[in-house]
Design a protein around this ligand. Structure first.
Ligand code: DGL
Length: 263
C-alpha cells in the first residue's frame, strides 16, 4: 500500500526576496513542506533580458524538481513577468506565478485606475498591464519602475528618511494619476508596505502578490490528497553567503539552515 504523496512546494526567487512569499506561506500553511531556492549568485534578475531570465528560471525549476518539488511557486515578479508563460508551457507540474493572481485581485478590487510598481524588467514587460486588462478590459494601468527599493529593503532601511524620500519621488507620478489600487510588484516591496501606504495615501488599496499567490496555492493544496510524511523545510542558495542567511532569518523571524544549490 503506497502512502499518499505529500505536496512538496518548490519556491524560487532571484535571491533572498522570495522569502516574503515563504513568510506568507508559513503564516497561512504552517505545516506545508517546501524547498526554497534563492539564485543569489545571479541576482538581480530585475535588469536582465527575457532570454536570460527564462534560462535562469528553467534552471531554478529543474533544481527544485530534482529535489522533489511537485508544484512550483515563482516568487520573483521579474521571473513571473518574463518567464511565467514559458515555464507553464515547458513543465507538466503546476506553476504558480505571482502576476496573474495579483492582477486579478487588483482588477476586481479597483474602480479602474491601477498603479503597478516593480523592477525595470517587470515594468518593461508590460505583463501586469496585460494581465489586469484580461480581468478588466476598461482598467487604466500606470506603471513605475522602482529599482532603488530592492537594496534599501535588503539593508532593512524600512523607515529611514532616505527611503521615505525615494518612495515619495517614485510614487509621485502615480499619485497624480489618481490611482485607486497599487500592486506591490516586487518581492521586496511588501517589506516597505507601511511606508508605501503612508506616501500613496490610506485610501489606496495595496495588493501584495505574495498574499495572492499563496491564496491560489491554498486552494490548490485543498484539492490534493493529505500526506502523512514529516514536514520538510529546506533552504538553498546558489551562493549560501552569510548575509543571505542573516537577512532571511531577520525577515522570517525563524532560524534557517542554508545549503548550497549546485547546478
Ligand atoms: N525578486 C525580484 C522581483 O521580484 C527583485 C530582485 C531582482 O531584481 O532580482 O522582481
Amino acid at each position: 500500500m503506497g502512502q499518499d504523496r505529500i505536496a512538496m512546494i518548490g519556491i524560487f526567487d532571484s535571491g533572498v526576496g522570495g522569502l516574503t512569499v515563504v513568510k506568507e506561506l508559513r503564516q497561512r500553511l504552517p505545516h506545508a513542506s517546501f524547498i526554497y531556492l534563492g539564485d543569489n549568485a545571479r541576482t538581480p534578475y530585475g535588469n536582465r533580458s527575457q532570454e536570460i531570465i527564462r534560462q535562469y528560471s528553467a534552471e531554478d525549476v529543474d533544481f527544485l524538481i530534482s529535489k522533489g518539488a511537485t508544484a512550483i511557486v515563482v516568487a520573483c515578479n521579474t521571473a513571473s513577468a518574463l518567464a511565467g508563460d514559458y515555464l507553464k508551457e515547458k513543465y507538466d507540474l503546476p506553476i504558480f506565478e505571482v502576476i496573474t493572481p495579483a492582477a486579478e485581485a487588483a482588477a476586481k478590487g479597483s474602480a479602474g485606475r491601477v498603479g503597478v510598481i516593480g523592477t525595470r524588467g517587470t515594468i518593461g514587460s508590460g505583463a501586469y498591464e496585460k494581465a489586469i486588462k484580461n480581468f478588466k478590459q476598461s482598467a487604466e494601468v500606470f506603471s513605475q519602475a522602482c529599482p532603488l527599493l530592492v537594496p534599501l529593503a535588503e539593508e532593512n532601511w524600512f523607515s529611514r528618511a532616505e527611503t521615505k524620500m525615494i518612495i515619495r519621488s517614485y510614487l509621485q507620478p502615480l499619485k497624480v494619476k489618481s490611482i485607486d489600487t497599487l500592486i506591490l510588484g516586487c518581492t521586496h516591496y511588501p517589506l516597505l508596505k507601511k511606508n508605501i501606504q503612508a506616501k500613496i495615501g490610506n485610501r489606496i488599496k495595496l495588493v501584495d502578490p505574495a498574499e495572492e499567490v499563496i491564496n491560489k496555492l491554498v486552494e490548490y493544496l485543498a484539492s490534493q490528497p493529505n500526506g502523512t510524511s514529516e514536514q520538510i523545510m529546506e533552504f538553498y542558495a546558489t551562493d549560501p553567503a552569510a548575509r543571505f542567511k542573516e537577512i532571511g532569518e531577520g525577515w522570517l523571524k525563524e532560524k534557517i539552515t542554508l545549503k548550497k544549490a549546485g547546478f
